[in-house]
Design a protein around this ligand. Structure first.
Ligand SMILES: [Zn+2]
Length: 206
């Protein structure tokens, strides 16, 4: 009886949103993620009954405890990123996890994230190519609050609509021909005055 009435809790300390978990025995389940300002989020998990279809109209019933269901889901979420993989989900017997449980989860998550960042650093040293840095590694660096040169996707260069030279995205003034490409930004940095739009080009040329 206990198996059907007991509840355990999936605790998630990562702000990451996970796609719903699907199982034949309970359908679809969404593991909650902490919102801004929350240290963790909990999702109640109950035990359930399932059956195995043996064919020929014979089925075998089985029962999963809440703990078994929760362990299964936690293992799936945590374990999909290789060795030492941990994404901040653990099983607790209480809706309020203990400080010890939370501290241990934080330690494991940070350890895994530091490893991802170290791997990305090594990759960056070797290739200097942001394409080789994974989303997971970027996320790890952000969550650890680390500023890294490989955090940003390198955008391909744009073309100046006036002279056709390659320029960076978002620049206010073309460094090749002096065309004002973003009037507001150019004005903010004192390249042009907002009141004299007609003379912008002349000023730049002088
Ligand atoms: Zn130009």
């Amino acid at each position: 009886m206990a198996a059907e009435t007991e509840t355990v809790w999936l605790v998630n300390i990562s702000p990451e949103k996970w796609p719903p978990r699907n199982r034949t025995y309970f359908g679809s389940l969404e593991v909650r993620s902490p919102e801004a300002g929350e240290a963790y989020a909990v999702t109640p998990i109950r035990g359930c009954k399932g059956f195995i279809d043996m064919g020929d109209r014979r089925t075998v019933d089985y029962r999963l405890t809440a703990k078994e269901v929760a362990d299964d889901i936690a293992r799936e979420i945590n374990g999909d990123s290789g060795e030492g993989s941990f994404h901040g989900v653990f099983v607790s017997a209480e809706a309020r996890p203990s400080d010890g449980e939370l501290a241990e989860a934080r330690r494991k998550l940070q350890e895994f994230q530091r490893r991802l960042v170290a791997a990305a650093d090594l990759e960056w040293e070797r290739s200097k190519n942001p394409m080789f840095i994974t989303d997971l590694e970027r996320r790890a660096a952000r969550q650890l609050g680390q500023e890294k040169p490989w955090l940003y996707d390198a955008k391909p260069l744009a073309e100046c609509p006036v002279c056709g030279e390659k320029i960076k995205h978002g620049v206010a003034v073309c460094r090749s021909c002096g065309a004002i490409l973003d009037r507001e930004k150019a004005a903010r940095y004192g390249f042009v005055s907002k009141e004299e739009p007609a003379r912008d080009m002349l000023r730049q040329k002088r």
